[in-house]
Design a protein around this ligand. Structure first.
Ligand code: UGA
Length: 441
């Protein structure tokens, strides 16, 4: 581990907080800022509103050790910082490109006040070329701008930060790249990739677009499985044993969503077009993904006889994936909205959401409450607790025993034993013979 450094982290969203607490746990002195004073007041009094496994505990531990502090002033945060991490929002702009006005305005604000020879490090996902633009805006020949994209997944962000697959650092000066690498420990001990800024910025987009493509591929294979009578779970398991393919990210589902893949694939398309490069593949992935989400809506319609109008649909899970309360671009929410537009009465439960209603959706406080009088149960987010229920009890609460399992997490045998009509993704209406084959495999 290198020596302790003074670090400013600007932005205390889920990336900023994870980075700040993670760097503090590496013995650095971290001052984290946010313009939202109420958020800083909360954080200073130990309240963390983000649902992220292990984050609250890490923040509280680092605050107690005096290595992590908060301020609502960016200028105070940077005043004597050697390293300044930008963890700022880059929402999708109207034309699909990321809106990086916050990054630029913060650069304008801090430029004249940065400590001599400090390094500004961009963590947020920003278009290729942004580090160079930020350097121009800072207008400080002694200050370098380095790209160090984050690869944090919601739900496992702390672990992803503390035990990364790799750390990508893009710098036009190898010396400054290594200075940043040393923050994470001995650069020769950990998996550090030090490269130029443009490549580092593109690695981030390429990773997310590749993972989205992989998921769209598996969801396309799931569609084919239904058409030919194969089972996507065995197909994916068979694919994953090839070491060149691997098992991760092969779970078929309702289409990918969240705050990153949709935004980053659109941004990549936009960036490529601006560079005169037509990336048809990524465009196709995006449109196919919308089709996969729509297919779940159709499965629910079919499950209730073709028309959801006035049917009661119990929905388990609204978050875009398990382990988070994030609803941004959640396939579950898209499906719910489409069902409501077609006249369905939706009653939803999500263990990470305690409100009574959300974006026009009635929320209840238990899996059972969602199912009372329901015509069909849709499993939309893969929370573990959904796969552990006693389906006989659940079935007894419903008007009709019917499940659409958009995450393939319910044991099909249990559903059939409890008298349910079961529909998954890429598993079709499963026959006993196929179940026996799966067990044997
Ligand atoms: C994603 C990347 O995985 C992170 O590496 C990256 O740092 C992050 O974006 C980012 O750019 O900030 P995240 O958006 O938290 O992380 O979510 P993922 O776990 O990647 O899931 C994305 C979507 O794919 C979700 O809708 C999820 O349900 C879906 N998914 C994932 C599947 O349908 N099947 C799978 O097997 C895996």
């Amino acid at each position: 581990m290198g020596s302790s450094r003074r670090i400013a982290v600007l932005g205390s969203g889920y990336v900023g907080l994870t980075v700040a607490a993670g760097l503090a746990s590496m013995r650095h002195e971290v001052l984290c800022s946010d313009i939202a004073e109420s958020k800083i007041d909360q954080l200073s009094s130990g309240v963390v509103s983000i649902v992220e496994d292990g984050l609250t505990d890490l923040i509280l531990a680092m605050v107690a050790k005096g290595r992590l502090k908060f301020t609502s002033s960016n200028l105070e945060a940077i005043s004597d910082a050697e390293f300044v991490f930008l963890c700022l929002p880059t929402p999708q702009g109207r034309d699909g490109s990321p809106d990086i006005t916050t990054t630029f305005s913060v650069a304008r604000e801090i430029g004249p006040h940065l400590a001599p020879n400090s390094i500004v490090i961009n963590k947020s996902t920003v278009p290729v070329g942004t580090a160079h633009k930020v350097r121009d805006i800072l207008n400080r020949p002694d200050v370098d701008v380095v790209s160090n994209p984050e690869f944090l997944s919601e739900g496992s962000a702390v672990l992803d930060f503390l035990q990364p697959d790799r750390i990508v650092i893009g710098s036009d000066s190898r010396e400054n790249g290594l200075r940043v690498a040393e923050l994470y420990g001995d650069p020769t001990d950990h998996k550090c990739i030090v490269t130029d800024t443009l490549s580092a910025e593109l690695i981030k987009y390429a990773c997310n677009a590749y993972l989205a493509t992989r998921l769209t591929f598996i969801n396309t294979m799931a569609e084919l499985c239904e058409a030919v009578g194969a089972d996507i779970r065995t197909v994916a398991a068979g694919m994953g044993t090839d070491h060149r393919i691997g098992t991760a990210f092969l779970n078929s589902g309702p289409g990918w969503g969240g705050s990153c893949f949709p935004k980053d694939t659109e941004a990549l398309i936009h960036m490529a077009e601006a560079a005169g490069c037509d990336i048809t593949l990524v465009k196709t992935v995006v449109s196919a993904n919308a089709g996969h989400t729509e297919r779940i809506v159709e499965k629910v319609e079919t499950a209730v006889g073709g028309n959801v109008a006035d049917k009661v649909v119990a929905v388990w899970g609204l978050a875009f994936k398990a382990g988070t309360n994030d609803l941004r671009n959640s396939p579950a929410l898209k499906i719910v909205t489409a069902l409501q537009e077609r006249g369905a009465i939706v009653r939803a439960y999500d263990p990470a959401m305690e409100k009574d209603s959300l974006d026009g959706v009635e929320l209840v406080h238990s899996k059972e409450d969602a199912c009372v009088g329901a015509d069909v149960l849709l499993v939309a987010t893969e929370w573990t607790e959904f796969s552990l229920v006693d389906l006989a009890t659940i079935g007894g609460l419903m008007s009709h025993r019917s499940i659409v399992d958009a995450r393939n997490i319910i044991r099909i045998e249990d559903a059939l034993d409890a008298g349910f009509d079961y529909v998954g993704v890429g598993v079709g209406r499963v026959s006993t013979i196929r179940l026996l084959n799966l067990e044997a495999g």
